[in-house]
Design a protein around this ligand. Structure first.
Ligand code: GTP
Ligand code: MG
Length: 200
């Protein structure tokens, strides 16, 4: 696929299921806990600094944000989970919206790949494991992206990958990509995974 990643033509923030996108364009979904680096990854993929809001106040707005890239792909930024200060009612809004996206979405077949982000320094949190087991149930293809690897030395990187890859929760053969929004390491690999799942 030839795609101009600098041509990001629109952004839609969906706060309810009725606002999800119907256009017949493949969607790539970014999932992970609040603060893991979803918006930073989307900005890196699109060569932007501040297209997707990098939050100083995590978990503030609960919307699913769609970025239309060159009319060919939507990058879909799910609201983060696991934000400690979130109220119970906000947790309910989060789970209704995210559950709805996966289970009441008429256009779920447009989702070609889920990119599940995990903080390379922390490894899987309980919420990450819940999310991955939910993804296993949906049968959607996913990859793991380990974020913030610029903060690890060589030994720590190896330990982190070994720990992430050996967890039995992953479907067999699930790729793991190391990523840093600081150095852009891993960016090309992530685009390659996206194209692998969207090129027909
Ligand atoms: P929510 O929108 O709250 O769900 O968070 P998010 O997953 O979109 O995280 P965001 O991209 O806003 O990043 C959170 C914080 O981590 C910001 O301060 C970023 O600058 C920082 N950060 C993100 N990616 C990296 C990375 O690769 N390396 C380092 N060192 N910091 C990063
Ligand atoms: Mg964000």
């Amino acid at each position: 696929m030839k795609i101009n990643t600098n041509n990001v033509s629109l952004k839609i923030s969906a706060g309810k299921i009725s606002q999800l996108i119907h256009a017949p364009i493949p969607q790539i979904v970014f999932s992970g806990r609040s603060n893991v680096g979803k918006s930073s990854l989307i900005n890196s993929l699109l060569n932007r600094k501040d297209l997707a809001r990098v939050s100083s106040e995590p978990g503030k707005t609960i919307t699913i944000n769609f970025y239309n890239v060159d009319e060919k792909i939507y990058l879909v930024d799910l609201p983060g989970y696991g934000y400690a200060k979130r109220t119970n009612s906000d947790k309910m809004i989060w789970s209704n919206l995210v559950n709805g996206f996966f289970t009441q979405n008429e256009n779920i077949d447009l989702v070609k790949l889920v990119i599940q982000l995990v903080d390379s320094r922390i490894g899987y949190t309980n919420d990450d494991l819940d999310m991955i087991s939910f993804l296993n149930e949906t049968d959607l293809p996913y990859i793991i992206v380990a974020t913030k690897v610029d903060k690890l030395n060589k030994t720590q990187r190896e330990e982190s990958v070994t720990k992430l890859i050996s967890n039995k929760i992953l479907k067999q053969g699930t790729p793991i990509v190391l990523f840093s929004s600081q150095t852009k390491e891993g960016k090309d690999d992530i685009w390659r995974e996206i194209f692998n799942h969207t090129d027909k």
